[in-house]
Every structure is written in structure tokens, then in C-alpha cells.
Write a protein that binds this ligand. Structure first.
Ligand code: XUL
Length: 526
């Protein structure tokens, strides 16, 4: 019998399933359900409900419930041998929170298969919508919690990150302040990940150390709830939070609902779920220090595995638990493709023209520097947008094209130094990773090879691999992560871009100059 493992991913816009055949070392099923298209009656746009306040972004949790039923039904129709699935785990968009009333526990335990999941669970919410990671309406609560914890440095040291609007603690505090009645009615608070795991297991699931770190409520070193953070957030919070657990924790067997309705094996294990970024760390095979990924999307993100916990005392980057039991880091740069496209359009180029400009200009750009903050930036923290040029002629199109990419990569190198991890190789993903000229600049700036990979489903794959690891572990084996991820996460060898020695030297010298420009601009801006 094949050893099959199922990984689900409840992301912002879709619910995906990946099934792996562990011994055959391959993905045997891969399917996604887009929320807006499959479930239009929830009225979401890109999976979220917009309010009149642009800072408020919520999603209806019943949408995720209905999507889960629908995706299992689809798997059954598609002939997935669900009886052979040995364990299930999952990944959820980070930070989003689900508010459950006192009826939730019983309703989860008594899921009844003739009824749909929605009909079973309609009455369990103390709040019908869930704030998600795109919500940025909690600045006041961020300041209050940060102050109570002793400022940016202390907050980062204690919880792994400074307070951020999207993090769950500030969101809980906002509910407590603005709707105390609803807060009081809330018996249990779940993350998207632990909520979905609760449905599969038929009981309130623990929050894992990966997703727990995205709340500003967990002691990042002890991996326990941090009493002073709970106190700073809302009263009686401890009793509303579930247990914290390692990502390898088995919650129990999959609930009878899924056995009866979809033919799952009654002995299949339900594992704790984690956040999408911790799952992607596994799905990309980032399981050794020095293995880093850069995702070049609307925003650029740098993330990777970290053996020992080090935090960014400036409060710009995040530390989460990694599913391996160690740590991971994540740094988000807002002006990613957005800034590259603005420069491309400003100088009336297409991508070929933009790349020709990169080819016609030297590394280091003859000491011309740009700070491309078209939008208020997250890293470094910049509240006022603006593009700043140093020794850079605004009419020199080619130099401006090079300057925007060099600035982004220099900034990534500079603002990831706190990790004290020298990348051995960088995996490049996301739309702009198709651009070899940009990847060459990353290779030269970081002085390490860059490998392009195709990772549309890294979080779901990571969840399936976590299910496999957890199942092997609980069957008394001692699975090693490199063996678990081997073959599934091997990058395509032809896609390697090596650093050029001369260019790497130029960037080593250039870094301090770039840092000075950034420092002087930030201090001028106050
Ligand atoms: C990470 C973050 C997003 C979400 C959505 O801090 O906010 O990456 O996890 O995918």
C-alpha cells in the first residue's frame, strides 16, 4: 500500500491540497479551490471582505469551513485514494484569528456527516468575520502593547518581533477595546491554522510554535505563552487561548465526519497545522543554516532557516518557530516589483529594455545610489514615501534601472545582517525570479549562487512533508529532515546563477556607502 500524506493550505485566496506518495517521492495530487470563484456567495474579493475603512480587512471563517467540505468532495470525485492517507497536516495564512463561542468545543466533537460542515458549525462563532494579515487597523494597540513590554527592542527580544498591526495580539486587543461584549463571549481564540486543524481533528487544536510566534503573545525562546504579553493584550486571555505545541504534534485521529463522508482511514492522524511561511520553509527544503529564499513579488520577502534564536532588535524582521523545532526568519520589503515596475515605466522600457540597461551598466553603478521608496517602506521603517537619488542623474535611464535593483538587494543584505547567517545559496521564487539579470545582481550582492525554483505550492507541499515527518516520528522511526524533503524540494540544477568574483568585491565595498545614504536619509526624515 502506498504511503500517502495530505497537506492542505488555507491561504488568503484559496484552499489547496497536495497529496504525496512518500516512498515514490512524488506529488500524486495537486488541486486548488479559489474562494471568490468557488464560493461567490460570501462576496469576497481575493478572499477578503473590504470595509469602508481601508485599513480593516477581514474574511468570513465559514468560507474556509465550506471550502474544506468542497475540497474533500473534490478529492473524492477525483478518485484520490483517501483511505490510504496516513496523516494530514496543513498550512494557514499567518496572523488571522477566529473567535469561537462556548458551543464550539461540543460542535467540533459532534460533527455529524449527513449535515454539511457549514450547517454543523454555523453557530460556533462569537465574531462572524476574522481579521486577516492584510488588516492594518491596530496601530494604537501596537503602541500600547509595545510600551507595556518595554519598547521595540524588548518586544522583539521577548516575542520574536516588534508589535505589528497584522499580528494577532494587537488584533485581540482591538476586539477587547472596541467590542468588549463579543470579547467576553469568546471562549476560544484560534488562528486560521489551528481552526482548520480543529475541524479535521474534531476538537480545539493547539497552536504550533511557528504560527504562535506571529501573535506577539509567545515567549520566543521558551515557546510558552508570555504572561506579560497576555496581560498587555486583554484580560482573561490565557483561558481563551489553546495550548502551544511543536509542529510535529499529533492532535489525534481524523474526525469521524471525514471518515464517514469522504472515506478517510479512521486511523489517519491529524497533525497540528502551521503558518504558511513555516510550512514553506519545509516545502522549499530550507532545513540548514545558510539556506535562504527570496521571493520577488509585489513585495520582496527574504526568509530562511535559523538554528539558534537571534532577533532583530531594530524590530524590522521577524523570528518564528520552524517546523524542525528550530527557528526561521522573515523580512518583508514592501517596495519590491512595485518599485522595479515604476522605474521601468518611468523610463519607458519593457523588461527587455530594463535588462539591457542592467547589462550596459557596471556593478556598483559608478557609485550612483537610489532609495526607491515609492510606498512607505517596512524595512527600513519609512513612513513617508519618496525616491532619493545620490550621485544619480535622474535623466540617465540605464543607471536608474540598475540603481533600483542594486538598492533592493543591498537593503536585503544590510537588513538581514542581524540574522548572522551567511547565505550558502539563495532560492529565488516569485514573478520577478524569471528575470536572470536581476538574479545575477542578487548572486553578486550576496556572493553566493542563486537557484531559481518553481514553488507555486510550497506551503501545501511543506504541510504534506510535515505530515509525513510527524507520522514517521510517531511510528517510532527517527526521520531526518534532509531525507524527508529529498527529491521533493531538489532545485533544477540548470537554473543556477553563480556570483562573479569582481562584482562581489565591488558590492562588499559598496555596502557601507549604501548604508550611509540610508542612515542620512532616515535621520533627515526624522
Ligand atoms: C507573514 C505574513 C504573510 C501571511 C500571508 O508575516 O503576514 O506572509 O502569512 O501569507
Amino acid at each position: 500500500m502506498a504511503k500517502l500524506f495530505l497537506g492542505l493550505d488555507a491561504s488568503t485566496q484559496s484552499l489547496s491540497a497536495i497529496v504525496i506518495d512518500y516512498d515514490a517521492r512524488r506529488v500524486v495530487y495537486d488541486r486548488s479551490l479559489n474562494f471568490d470563484k468557488a464560493l461567490p456567495h460570501y462576496g469576497t474579493q481575493n478572499g477578503t471582505l473590504r470595509s469602508t475603512d481601508p485599513l480593516v480587512v477581514h474574511s468570513p471563517p465559514l468560507l474556509w469551513v465550506e471550502a474544506l467540505d468542497m475540497l474533500f468532495a473534490q478529492m473524492k470525485t477525483d478518485g484520490v485514494p483517501l483511505r490510504d492517507v496516513l496523516a494530514i497536516s496543513g498550512s494557514g495564512q499567518q496572523h488571522g484569528s477566529v473567535y469561537l463561542n462556548a458551543r464550539a468545543s461540543d460542535a467540533l466533537a459532534r460533527l455529524n456527516s449527513p449535515k454539511s460542515l457549514v450547517d454543523n458549525l454555523r453557530g460556533i462563532f462569537s465574531r462572524s468575520t476574522s481579521p486577516v494579515w492584510m488588516d492594518s487597523s491596530t496601530s494604537a494597540e501596537c503602541s500600547e502593547i509595545r510600551e507595556a513590554l518595554g519598547g521595540i527592542k524588548a518586544t522583539a527580544r521577548k516575542t520574536g518581533s516588534d508589535t505589528f498591526e497584522r499580528f494577532t495580539g494587537p488584533q485581540i486587543r482591538k476586539l477587547y477595546k472596541t467590542e468588549p461584549g463579543r470579547y467576553a463571549e469568546t471562549a476560544s481564540i484560534a488562528l486560521v491554522s489551528s481552526f482548520m486543524a480543529s475541524i479535521i481533528a474534531g476538537k480545539i487544536a493547539p497552536i504550533d510554535h511557528g504560527d504562535g510566534a506571529g501573535m506577539n503573545l509567545m515567549d520566543i525562546r521558551k515557546k510558552t505563552w508570555l504572561p506579560e504579553a497576555l496581560k498587555a493584550t486583554a484580560p482573561q486571555l490565557r483561558r481563551k487561548l489553546p495550548l502551544l505545541a511543536p509542529s510535529s504534534k499529533v492532535i489525534g485521529k481524523v474526525g469521524p465526519y471525514f471518515v464517514k463522508k469522504f472515506g478517510l482511514n479512521p486511523n489517519a492522524q491529524a497533525l497540528v497545522w502551521s503558518g504558511d511561511n513555516p510550512c514553506s520553509v519545509i516545502g522549499l527544503g530550507l532545513i540548514e543554516e545558510g539556506m535562504v529564499a527570496i521571493s520577488l513579488g509585489t513585495s520582496d520577502t527574504l526568509f530562511g532557516y535559523m538554528k539558534r534564536c537571534r532577533v532583530d532588535e531594530r524590530g524590522e524582521g521577524h523570528v518564528f518557530g520552524a517546523p524542525t523545532g528550530d527557528y526561521m526568519t522573515l523580512i518583508c520589503f514592501k517596495n519590491g516589483s512595485l518599485a522595479r515596475e515604476r522605474i521601468r515605466d518611468m523610463y519607458k522600457r519593457d523588461w527587455n529594455g530594463f535588462n539591457a540597461a542592467l547589462a550596459s551598466t557596471p556593478p556598483g553603478n559608478r557609485a550612483a545610489i537610489m532609495l526607491p521608496w515609492f510606498e512607505a517602506e517596512i524595512v527600513p521603517r519609512v513612513n513617508t514615501s519618496g525616491v532619493h537619488r545620490f550621485n544619480l542623474d535622474p535623466t540617465d535611464a540605464s543607471a536608474n534601472c540598475r540603481a533600483v535593483v542594486e538598492a533592493q538587494m543591498m537593503s536585503m543584505r544590510l537588513h538581514s545582517q542581524w540574522m548572522k547567517v551567511r547565505p550558502k545559496q539563495i532560492l529565488a521564487t516569485g514573478g520577478a525570479s524569471a528575470n536572470t539579470a536581476i538574479l545575477q545582481i542578487i548572486a553578486d550582492v550576496f556572493n553566493c549562487p542563486v537557484l531559481r525554483i518553481e514553488v507555486a505550492k510550497s506551503a501545501a507541499l511543506g504541510a504534506a512533508l510535515r505530515a509525513a515527518h510527524g507520522w514517521l516520528f510517531h511510528s517510532g522511526k527517527r526521520p531526518k529532515w534532509p531525507d524527508v524533503v529529498a527529491d521533493f524540494t531538489d532545485p533544477i540544477p540548470d537554473n543556477k546563477i553563480n556570483p562573479r568574483l569582481e562584482a562581489a568585491r565591488v558590492y562588499d565595498m559598496f555596502l557601507e556607502r549604501y548604508a550611509r545614504c540610508e542612515r542620512s536619509t532616515l535621520s533627515r526624515m526624522g
